[in-house]
Design a protein around this ligand. Structure first.
Ligand code: DUC
Ligand code: ZN
Ligand code: ZN
Length: 489
């Protein structure tokens, strides 16, 4: 019989956001060519008996080969990060092209494109961090970036080097709205954190645990309230990233109930870690310092509740990889205080195994919810659907085959990033990806990588549904009424 297909995955249980079914899946020319029982005629076959066949993961919040808000280059480049992602069942990353205040956006984009194209082993896209929204940036650079398929910006309300004023945020939100981009926001009140940090450090309290105390949950709550008010004023969609608090989740829930286009993301560190992890002996707690910090059990439960009622549609790693040495976490060695610690935790490779183990295997979430959180919601939100995030004829053949029966203990040495530690060391994890396929190529099989540097492709994106300018009522700025904003109704 002629080989109609390049690859056939047989006898698996296919799971999408819509449901599960037993079927074979065939691939031709990098795309899904057929889904049906009893397919045959392929150059290569994989027997997926007893396994789950799901869309490859999309991690839409990753920091790769990026200089941080503290001026530190992170540990992973586009090769190590995407290799690590692939081993964890992720086939697309969206990372940040980060403007710092002295940089021009076209140069920033050219630089990230060049570095990713040389090294990435899976497909990738970028969000643009906007740190200096001047007139030219607003009038020319941002609209041009959007026209080239870069459909999302990230803004910071804290970090001295990156934060924008409310007026600057309104400027960027207005451009995003007019041209069909989605704005992601790091929402923490800068003044509250800085004031507390000064008091703590002044009193000699400098261990990592004080990081969690200073990034008080009220700082997140205040900033989420404010960004929602700003977004409502100009009727722009916003996605609050790395939401960590009971209060923050509740505020987003209420805004959505009012019909506002406000979305929320949470991350493994808010489901699986707490502030107690920062209170390990000496500087060890620095391994868990990220912003916002992990909170308490009540906040973890609120994150799960936000996931199950759809308030938090996005589950991303916020992979921010720094080694536990002077190149990363501890820039001043033994003298490093909580104010100096590089912010961020790694999570690209374990994001999905942790969610599968703690979510699906415990019965806390369904397989359909797992697919949405790991892949489909990201594709829909960031303008990649149905090319990515779906098992359907015509979609890219980005697929992860999971064995729910495999149980392993997480250790740093099993991971493929360049970090050298994992915050999840010693955790028992049930359910792992065993075969990972990107555009029809089997790039990971039984723990072995089969992918060349640079095979990953840049993904220009469509406007996401929430950010599509057509169909929105676009008022003249002169019509805005700051107190009664009818814009989003
Ligand atoms: N906080 C951020 O804002 N970005 C990277 C990681 C972190 O902890
Ligand atoms: Zn952030
Ligand atoms: Zn981040």
């Amino acid at each position: 019989m002629a080989n109609t297909y390049d690859l056939l995955i047989r006898n698996g249980k296919l799971a999408t956001a819509e449901g599960t079914r037993d079927a074979d899946l065939a691939v031709r020319d990098g795309r899904i060519a057929a889904i049906a029982p009893g397919l045959c005629g392929a150059r290569r076959e994989i027997d997926a008996t007893g396994k789950l066949v799901v869309p490859g993961g999309i991690d839409s919040h990753t920091h790769i080969e990026q200089v941080s808000a503290f001026g530190i280059m992170c540990a992973d480049d586009f090769h190590s990060a995407t290799v690590s992602a692939a081993h964890g069942g992720t086939t697309t990353t969206i990372s940040f092209a980060a403007q710092h205040r002295d940089m021009l956006i076209p140069e920033v984009l050219a630089d990230y494109h060049r570095r990713a194209a040389e090294k990435a082993v899976i497909d990738y896209a970028f969000h643009l961090i906007v740190a200096n929204p001047t007139g030219d940036t607003l009038d020319e650079d941002l609209p041009r970036a959007i026209a080239h398929g870069l459909r999302s910006f990230k803004l910071y309300m804290t970090y001295e080097r990156l934060r924008l004023s409310d007026e600057q945020i309104l400027d960027v939100l207005s451009v995003a709205r007019a041209h069909g981009a989605l704005t992601m926001v790091h929402a923490e009140n800068h003044g509250m954190i800085g004031w507390l940090a000064g008091k703590m450090a002044g009193a000699g309290n400098v261990l990592p645990r004080y990081h969690a105390i200073c990034h008080t949950r009220g700082a997140e709550a205040e900033a989420i309230n404010r960004i929602i008010a700003l977004a409502e004023l100009v009727d722009a969609p916003v996605l609050v990233v790395h939401v960590s608090t009971v209060e923050g989740i509740d505020t987003i829930r209420k805004a959505r109930a009012r019909g506002l286009k406000v979305f929320g993301e949470t991350c493994p560190q808010y489901l699986f870690l707490t502030a107690k992890d920062l209170d390990r002996g000496g500087l060890d707690g620095a391994m868990f310092c990220c912003s916002p910090p992990p909170r308490d059990e009540a906040a973890q439960q609120a994150c799960w509740a936000g996931i199950s009622d759809g308030t938090l549609e996005m589950y991303s790693s916020d992979h921010a990889p720094y080694r536990f040495d002077a190149s990363g976490k501890l820039p001043k060695g033994e003298k490093t205080t909580f104010k100096d610690v590089a912010n961020g935790v790694p999570g690209l490779e374990l994001r999905l195994p942790l969610l599968f183990s703690e979510g699906v295997a415990t019965g806390r979430i369904s397989l359909e919810e797992f697919v949405k959180l790991s892949s489909t919601n990201h594709a829909r939100t960031y303008g990649l659907y149905p090319r990515k995030g779906e098992l359907a004829v015509g979609s890219d053949a980005d697929i992860a085959i999971w064995d729910p029966a495999v149980k392993r203990t997480a250790t740093a040495s099993m991971l493929h990033d360049a970090v050298g530690y994992t915050p999840y060391e010693g955790r028992s994890i049930s359910g792992w990806p065993v075969t990972v396929i990107s555009r029809g190529d089997v790039i990971v099989h039984e723990g072995e990588l089969h992918a060349e540097r640079g095979r990953g492709r840049y993904l220009a994106r469509e406007a996401a549904d929430s950010a599509r300018p057509a169909g929105l009522h676009v008022p003249e700025v002169s019509q805005l009424d700051a107190w009664d904003t009818p814009l989003s109704r």
